[in-house]
Design a protein around this ligand. Structure first.
Ligand code: PHE
Ligand code: ZN
Length: 876
């Protein structure tokens, strides 16, 4: 097998032929689907008549190729390396092709495949080439007409993009529907769904008074789980009109739920296809977190209609152009309708835990990469989440109003075009008059910038000098980094807790300002500052950077109590807890007693007794930093010390504050009917955090409370929280019966069974790995279903650090076995699952050796491009 080659941004060439019009006919059959394609092609004026026509295709059985109705001989075209090449073609012509594909055996879930009782497609980024010969690149935009022919009994519903224009009966109990999508689109936005599906209908009146039919298609048993997504969709449609002036542009908007799906969901024009886990919800089966996630994803896919579909990407290097902007838009939407500070805390925590880890690992890449082997490997936290942070910085830099003028101009100017990151940033520069040249480096430079801030107080002059240095560590292939333009939002807190007026060079800046760090080192002098002022830095997580500042514990406690910025109150709590836990880690390593810093206990006591924050934020503050985030702060990662110290900290907080947690638990008992409203969610969140501490204390009474909550069976959020505590306790007499009962009750619901799998394999006890092995043989488990794989293997390898990193190497071996199997079935999922195995660089030598050993074992296989790329980087 030839080594897969990298593709470079610098090699970009515009397409030689454009597709004016695409006509497709699908004759559906599980193992022999026939696809007839008619392309109306036109040579680009920049190219001459010697420009060959090159089309992409993968796994196609080609039965016919014809130009202007004239069938070509096999000698008149070439098929090599997934390309069909015709050397000489007219400047304008019609190309007909006919191919046969095998959806039933498509386990990669790219292109046309079978999921349960239905046919469905996934074309982003390069799935369309598994359907037919086509210039499968986003800068080729075409109008599509699609005829879908299916069996009248088995596929009564036949869907594609746009509007249905014709339907009819055919011989042999077949029928067809023809769809027309008037908006030119790249092939990655093509979609087709066929099967026996039920529909929930609603409608939406747009701001200009047009009526849009909304349809949510599901398998019959899921009809009771559609309300939330439909309501979320309407909220999203309203929000995009109000916040961005964007109106929907077709008469019909459809969402389909499918069980086998590699990602969360897909924004196909007019026909969004969703992983059922990202759309189906009801209070009995779905947790608050999942309700909110679904709301966010429904909005995200809908928002793509403008940021992605109407204005799309010129090439896949520009992926963050649509994803970063759209994530920023869905974050703003969720923040507007839920707890804004908690949304910010969650997003920042995700970024600074998992995205920072990506930046520090072997697969680090810029938000706009300049080369890749397999683009599917680049649907990463860096592209999505860091991409969104860059747009957020722009919005903050320009101010909301100017940013909106910029986005209006962007949509207007580039409507119907495939563009680049520069086009977006240039528009923002144009409307604001800002010079964003340095800012563009955020897209080009990989790695997490490290800010080091120091303050110096001069009592005589009553001046505080703040010095901030920035430095970005090298990443693979990028040794030298340049200074970035980093917006640092900040304030100063007086010793009395009051905000201090910020006077710089005689100019007043209120009590909250943004410092623009552009140099490697910069200095700001604040006048009129009394002794004892505490800087509050990087408020609202104003830039995706690490920040080092030598706050004392007393200063952190001070910020926790008085900072006007909710995000920084939370951050101060995390930092205070980190210091305490790190101290206990040292004790753990020395085999000494681990005693929790009394200041943290007192800070928590204060939080619990006199809560100043809303419940949602309070619940976040009470959660200790995750093991993953603690690990991120270490130069050498000691898996067991982190786990042991964090666990001990929780237990000691529980012992010291049992009464406080108990009263919070009781005070937040709910009697109202369940609803995923921000208020209710906040109460449940706080109550379940309290319960987790009570159970950690080990009193039988607390476990009984958990059992009672489980048995009360009020809603899935409370049931799942209680079940997790029981299943993760040492009391098998409580955990096992609950797990058994839950598994029996929900055996019919695969989404709930995913929760059941994940709950069991995240238990900290030493038998977790054996449980994974055992559950992989469970009839409800299937390696071919990405949700099951994520629930079992993903949850174990990503959320059960002590057990995945077992010193006998069995965790690594298990993952490698799974990756080897997935490599053949579903390369995209294989390349995602392998990631924990590549994060060995800061672990102890023994583990490093074991992990590299498993990577070497994987490398001996015949690898997909996806897995090849990740393994090569990891072993480099
Ligand atoms: N474009 C999708 C989204 O962000 C994600 C996706 C990528 C889905 C690739 C499937 C395949 O909404
Ligand atoms: Zn997206």
């Amino acid at each position: 097998m030839a080594e897969p080659q990298a593709i470079h941004l610098s090699d970009y060439r515009p397409p030689a032929y454009r597709v004016e019009k695409t006509e497709l006919t699908f004759d559906l059959d599980p193992s022999t689907t026939r696809v007839r394609t008619r392309l109306h092609l036109q040579r680009h004026p920049e190219y001459g008549e010697d420009a060959a026509l090159t089309l992409h295709g993968h796994g196609l059985t080609t039965e016919r190729v014809a130009i202007d109705g004239q069938a070509l001989l096999e000698s008149e075209y070439r098929i090599e390396d997934d390309q069909l090449v015709i050397d000489r073609v007219p400047a304008e012509f019609v190309l007909d092709t006919e191919v046969v594909i095998d959806p039933a055996n498509n386990t990669a879930l790219e292109g046309l495949y079978v999921s349960g009782p239905m046919f469905c497609t996934q074309c982003e980024p390069e799935g369309f080439r598994r359907i037919t010969w086509y210039p499968d690149r986003p800068d080729v935009m075409s109008v599509f007409t699609t005829t879908v022919i299916g069996d009248r009994q088995r596929q009564p519903v036949l869907l594609s993009n746009g509007n249905p224009i014709e339907r009819g009966e055919l011989p042999n109990d077949r029928h067809f529907v023809t769809w027309e999508d008037p908006h030119p689109k790249p092939s990655y936005l093509f979609a087709l769904v066929a099967g026996s599906l039920e529909c929930v209908r609603d409608s939406f009146t747009t701001m200009s008074g047009r009526e849009v039919a909304l349809e949510l298609w599901v398998e019959a048993p899921n009809l009771e789980k559609t309300d939330w997504a439909m309501a979320s969709l309407k909220r999203a449609m309203t929000w995009d009109e109000e916040a961005y002036g964007r109106e929907y542009d077709l008469d019909l908007f459809m969402i389909v739920a499918v069980d086998d799906f590699n990602m969360g969901a897909m924004e196909n024009k007019g026909l969004n296809i969703f992983n059922s886990a990202a759309v189906l919800a009801n209070p009995q089966t779905t947790t608050d977190a999942a309700f909110q996630r679904i709301e966010g994803i429904v909005a995200h896919e809908y928002f793509h209609n403008w940021s992605g579909n109407r204005v799309t990407c010129r090439d896949w290097f520009q992926l963050a152009l649509k994803e970063g902007f759209t994530v920023f838009r869905d974050q703003s939407f969720s923040s507007d309708i839920n707890s804004a500070p908690v949304k910010r805390i969650e997003d920042a925590a995700l970024l600074r835990t998992l995205q920072f880890a990506e930046d520090a690992g072997p697969t680090a890449h810029p938000v706009r990469p300049d080369h890749f082997i397999e683009i599917s490997n680049f649907y990463t936290l860096t592209i999505y989440e860091k991409g969104a942070e860059i747009v957020r910085m722009l919005s903050n830099l320009l101010g909301e109003e100017t940013f909106r003028r910029g986005s209006d101009l962007y949509f207007e100017r580039f409507d119907g075009q495939a563009v680049r990151v520069e086009d977006f940033v240039d528009v923002m520069a144009e409307v604001s008059g800002e010079d964003l040249t340095q800012f563009m480096r955020w897209y080009a430079q990989a790695g997490t910038p490290q800010l080091t801030a120091r303050s110096d107080y001069n009592a005589e002059q009553r001046q505080l000098t703040l010095t901030i240095r920035q430095q970005t560590p090298p990443t693979p292939g990028q040794e030298d980094k340049q200074a970035l333009h980093v917006p640092v939002r900040m304030g100063l807190l007086g010793a009395d807790g009051e905000p201090i007026k910020l006077v710089i060079n005689g100019e007043s800046n209120g009590t909250d300002t943004v410092l623009h760090l552009r140099e490697a080192e910069q200095r700001w002098v604040f006048d009129d500052v009394d002794e004892g002022a505490v800087p509050s830095l990087l408020r609202g997580f104003s830039a995706p950077v690490r920040l080092d500042y030598p706050w004392s514990r007393d200063e952190l406690s001070h910020l926790m109590r008085f900072d006007e910025d909710g995000f920084n109150r939370w951050d101060a709590t995390q930092r205070l807890a980190l210091i305490a836990i790190e101290e206990m880690m040292v004790a753990h390593q020395r085999g000494e007693l681990m005693a929790l810093d009394a200041r943290l206990i007192e800070a928590f006591r204060h939080l619990l007794r006199e809560p100043t924050d809303d419940k949602a934020v309070l619940a976040e503050m009470l959660r200790l930093p995750s093991e993953a985030w603690i690990a991120e702060q270490q130069t050498r990662v000691d898996i067991d010390a982190i786990h042991g110290a964090r666990r001990a900290a929780i237990e000691q907080l529980a012992d010291n504050l049992f009464a406080e947690f108990e009263s919070v638990y009781h005070a937040n008992q709910q009697t109202d009917a369940y609803a995923p409203t921000p208020d209710q969610i906040a109460s449940r969140s706080l109550r379940n955090v309290a319960l987790s501490y009570l159970v950690a204390n080990g009193e039988p009474e607390a476990l009984n409370m958990a059992r009672a909550q489980y048995e009360a069976d009020h809603n899935m959020t409370d049931v799942r929280a209680a079940l997790t505590l029981l299943a993760h306790s040492d009391r098998a007499d409580l955990g096992d019966p609950a797990i058994r009962a839950f598994g029996e009750r929900w055996a019919h619901d695969s989404l709930v069974m995913d929760q059941w799998f994940a709950t069991q394999v995240t238990r900290p006890q030493a038998d977790a790995l054996e449980r994974v092995r055992f559950l992989m043989k469970h009839p409800a488990f299937s390696i071919k279903n990405p949700n099951r794989v994520r629930a079992l293997i993903g949850a174990f390898t990503q959320q059960n650090r002590v057990n995945f990193h077992r010193l006998d190497g069995q965790g690594y071996q298990l993952l490698a076995d799974v990756v080897i199997e997935l490599n053949r079935l579903n390369p995209e999922i294989a390349a995602r699952m392998i990631v924990p195995l590549t994060r060995y660089h800061r672990l102890d030598e023994q583990r490093q050796k074991l992990m590299r050993g498993e990577l070497e074992r994987i490398r001996k296989e015949e690898l997909s491009r996806n897995v090849y790329e990740v393994v090569e980087k990891a072993l480099a």
